[in-house]
Design a protein around this ligand. Structure first.
Ligand code: GTP
Ligand code: MG
Length: 219
């Protein structure tokens, strides 16, 4: 009895170690992407006195959420299945001031030789029915470990400050109601999302107008 329990305890510990090791690779992948984004932002700041990125947030999905997502997908809980079925264990959110910056950063990520793009979903061009806007990418990046190279998937979400403002409130509201959201709340969220879209366009127009002023001043 005691021996059985200690074997189980050992196995749990071994599993915990294996999962921790797996999550470490995702952390390294996030470090790599963060460094790439910092380099791009600082180079543009230096060369063009302009930084397209406002800020970057990274997060690793907790083991509890990974297990819950695997169960929701109806697949057996294992680290192999986590790597195969969950593409957002590592997540990066890039917040920009303007939509033009979002696409600029997106293009720069596409041009990185060691980044393999798995999927792109443009919810800015085609917002979700609830109004959600963001540019999503699933990419794969090589992580060079002491004895092997791992190809790690990372979900990148690129959006404007205004889109991020909307998404964070919508997320909180959705968490409260799930699929029973009252129609009036749902309608207001859609309406405010449209306002966010219009606001982003006007802010960009304003910025471009100011730019023309300073260009004219140079001539
Ligand atoms: P999962 O939902 O993560 O299983 O992936 P998916 O294949 O449906 O991908 P999608 O690109 O639609 O969404 C991925 C992530 O984007 C989500 O985990 C959220 O972080 C974010 N997201 C997608 N839709 C919404 C939305 O309607 N509101 C908010 N606030 N965030 C969203
Ligand atoms: Mg989803």
């Amino acid at each position: 009895m005691r021996a059985t329990r200690s074997v189980r305890e050992m196995m749990d510990k071994q599993m915990v170690m294996e999962w921790a090791k797996m999550l470490m690779s995702y952390k390294f992948a996030l470090d790599e992407i963060s460094t790439k984004l910092t380099i791009l932002n600082e180079e543009l700041q230096f060369v063009q006195h302009y930084n397209p990125i406002e800020h970057v947030k990274t997060r690793i999905k907790s083991p509890e959420s990974i297990v819950e997502k695997l169960q929701r997908k109806g697949v057996e809980v294992s680290k192999e299945n986590a790597a195969a079925h969950i593409r957002d264990i590592a997540g990066v959110r890039v917040i920009c001031s303007f939509t033009t910056d979002v696409y600029r950063v997106y293009e720069m990520i596409l041009r990185q030789g060691d980044v393999k793009v798995i999927e792109v979903k443009d919810y800015i061009k085609d917002p979700k029915p609830n109004g959600y806007q963001s540019l999503h990418m699933i990419i794969e990046i090589p992580v060079f470990l002491s004895d092997r190279i791992e190809h790690v998937k990372v979900e990148i979400q690129l959006r404007t400050i205004a889109m991020d403002f909307w998404a964070s409130l919508e997320h909180k509201i959705y968490y409260q109601f799930h699929d029973d959201m009252p129609d009036s709340i749902r309608d207001q969220l859609k309406e405010t999302a449209d306002m966010i879209g219009a606001l982003d366009k006007r802010m960009l127009g304003l910025k471009e107008e100011v730019q023309r002023f300073s260009e004219d001043a140079l001539h």
